[in-house]
Design a protein around this ligand. Structure first.
Ligand code: ADP
Ligand code: MG
Length: 656
């Protein structure tokens, strides 16, 4: 390291700004060399180009033409991240308005550049505290900028400038916002920094500040008006003392990356905490979206389960044979081929576990003064087994009842309620009139759980023989109900029944209802419906995502200054991207979790009311909701975060 090699070399450096039609030259062909250890003041009237020069020196901005070399390295060709690396390694910035991050403590603020440099947490803490102590801030390391005076804040920012052991300190009007005593203090510190051999470059319009430097460069309209040693502060530039030791960088780049990730997450949390209400309102979209998706799926599952229960209450493994081609076949009333002997033949088949013919009519039930119209079903003793019907009281009729044309009736719950309104009344043994036929009540069935075939219509079951003889006068059946043996597949049984009956009737003038088929149809219908409603809920989730994007854009534009500071102290584009992306993802994840919690709460309330079915939450839906809210955070947070990371550091800083 020879003294002959200057640290900073500017050759014919110009910086032009496009301003409407014409270009404004902020700097015109500057030639400046600055050696290590110099203390230089740059002075000039407002608008003379001081800040522009400062930004170029600090690698925050690039010259439009000319060459800028730092320690012999040309910086014109470097990409933004390489420039960030230069800023981290070589420069410490001190700003007029301190530019501290308001949510961080003094020590945390001083640590920021070391985070981006990859210093281990313990090492950077030690360093920041040490610097703050040396700057007389030892008792205030945990204060936030708002709790510190201007002079104290500027000392924190000096500690931040020094934490990465930079070669060059760039100070833009460092005393501009301070009273004279604090200003004097800051200048004394800059003197001391210079005495350790660091290069100090101060931009000022204050002549008394400039007099502290050993060399004064005066600018006017972007040109050098004068460049002279300060006669009041003669003395050679000091060689850098041995203090500049090797940095204790974090071991391993993965560890450093994780460290930066953690810092970004911490900053995101701090930023959310600073705008709690706004963060919550932003989350609300996600909360509502996730809650509705989870609830809709739970409702779908719950109602589907309920419907399946109803189908099962119709009887499992059952086939029902009806005359006609299909439901609603208008000619089915004229088809007189489905008869009792069909049922008798079917009963011989090995795959038939139980079978019952059904004949039916409507009639009026009378008991005392009460009169209701009811469905009269003539069935065999096996009917209740086929259908899985349960009794609330009494018994079903048996084979003898059927054979003897007995006038025994089993009434359903609706009929019981209608005929015997007094809940304490015992219907068993009572004789009711069905049409003109008196029948004895022998059993009462349990209430059917909603679903198919259940209605408010009273139904009374009589032996089919009785109904045929007393009501219909023929042997034509309304249907045949079969319970298929467990060992036989339903499809095979259906085919066998079809073949047998077709042979007997010589034509297929009947159709078969298979509860398995119904179950499958309902299941798939319910699934389609659930998906449909869930899709609508997903749209609300998307709307929530757009809300997040909106707020993130606002957040980025609000924090342009912060982004500028971070970039100045060496944050990479990826660091900025990560910070804002994490914020978006955290908002969405938190919103998602709250949404799931809201859905569970809704379910608890819903299940407390008896609406006939319960919400069933699938863990998969919840995991899916969490994952998709994270995806929404990434998807909708990416654009704002990318905008933030693409900001130009000089422009961002200027907007503070
Ligand atoms: P100083 O810091 O000495 O007051 P600046 O370096 O800020 O001066 O500005 C020098 C000149 O460059 C001024 O004429 C200013 O109008 C112009 N300038 C600075 N920044 C921009 C910009 N971003 N766009 C257009 N012109 C600019
Ligand atoms: Mg300026």
């Amino acid at each position: 390291m020879s003294v002959a090699e200057p640290l900073i070399t500017l050759e014919k450096v110009s910086r032009a700004y496009a301003s409407g039609e014409n270009t404004v030259y902020a700097l015109r062909e500057l030639d400046i060399t600055i050696a290590r250890g110099e203390m230089v003041a740059i002075i000039g009237a407002s608008g003379s180009g001081k800040s522009t020069l400062m930004n170029i020196l600090g690698c925050l901005d690039r010259p439009t033409s000319g060459s800028y070399r730092i320690a012999g390295r040309e910086m014109n060709s470097l990409d933004p991240d390489e420039l960030a690396a230069l800023r981290r390694e070589h420069f410490g910035f001190i700003f007029q308005r301190y530019h501290l991050l308001g949510e961080l403590t003094a020590a945390d603020n001083a640590e920021v550049p070391a985070v981006y440099a990859g210093l281990s947490p313990a090492a950077r803490r030690r360093k920041a505290i040490g610097l703050l102590e040396r700057l007389g801030m030892g008792g205030r390391t945990e204060h936030r900028p708002g709790q510190l005076s201007g002079g104290q804040q500027q000392r924190v920012s000096i500690a931040r400038a020094l934490v990465n052991d930079p070669d060059v300190i760039l100070a833009d009007e460092p005393t501009g916002a301070l009273d004279s005593r604090s200003g004097e203090e800051v200048l004394r510190i800059l003197d001391e920094i210079s005495a350790t051999g660091r290069t100090v470059i101060i931009v000022t319009h204050d002549a008394s500040v400039a007099r502290r430097a050993r060399r004064i460069i005066e600018l006017q309209d972007g040109r050098i008006l004068s460049d002279r040693p300060n006669p009041e502060r003669v003395g050679a530039a000091l060689a850098r003392t041995s203090e500049a030791t090797a940095q204790e960088t974090a071991s391993g780049s993965w560890r450093a990356l994780f460290d930066r990730f953690r810092e970004a997450a911490r900053m995101a949390l701090l930023a959310m905490n600073a705008h709690r209400l706004r963060a919550f309102l932003t989350m609300l979209g996600i909360i509502i979206g996730v809650a509705s998706v989870v609830c809709v799926l739970a409702l779908g599952l719950g109602s589907q389960e309920r419907v399946l229960e109803n189908i099962n209450s119709l009887g499992t493994n059952t086939l029902e044979v009806f005359p006609g081609k299909d439901f609603g076949d208008t000619r089915s009333g004229k088809i007189r081929t489905l008869v009792l002997s069909d049922a008798r033949v079917l009963a011989q088949e090995t795959y038939v576990d139980a079978i019952s013919p059904t004949v039916s009519t409507t009639s009026t039930l009378r008991f005392g003064a009460i009169e209701v119209s009811a469905q009269v079903s003539g069935v065999s003793e096996d009917y209740f087994r086929v259908k899985g019907t349960k009794l609330a009281a009494g018994s079903f009729f048996d084979h003898d009842t059927v054979r003897s044309y007995a006038q025994d009736a089993v009434i359903d719950d609706n009929a019981r309620k209608a005929l015997f309104p007094d809940p304490d009344a015992d219907p068993l043994g009572r004789v009711i009139l069905i049409g003109k036929v008196p029948c004895r009540v022998v059993g009462v069935t349990k209430q059917q759980q909603g679903g198919f075939g259940s209605s408010a219509n009273p139904t009374v079951y009589l032996p089919y023989s009785t109904v045929e003889a007393r009501f219909l006068g023929n042997q034509i059946l309304r249907s045949i109900s079969l319970r298929i043996a467990e060992t036989t597949p339903m499809d095979a049984a259906e085919r066998a029944v079809t073949a047998l009956l077709t042979a007997r009737h010589t034509t297929k003038d009947f159709f078969i209802l298979n509860t398995d088929d119904i179950r499958q149809t309902i299941q798939s219908t319910a699934q389609v419906l659930t998906l449909l409603v869930a899709a609508i809920a997903v749209i609300s989730l998307l709307v929530g995502g757009i809300g997040v994007m909106n707020i993130m854009l606002v957040s980025v534009s609000e924090r342009v200054g912060e982004i500028g500071v971070r970039m100045a102290v060496g944050a990479r584009r990826s660091d900025i991207l990560m910070q804002f992306l994490i914020e978006a993802v955290l908002i969405c994840l938190l919103g998602g979790s709250l949404g799931i919690a809201a859905a569970l709460l809704f379910g608890t309330v819903f299940n407390a009311f008896d609406v006939g079915f319960r919400l069933i939450y699938s863990p998969l839906a919840m995991v899916g909701a969490a994952v998709s809210s994270m995806a929404i955070g990434i998807g909708f947070g990416y654009m704002p975060a990318r905008n933030a990371s693409r900001l130009d550091p000089a422009t961002a800083l200027a907007r503070e």
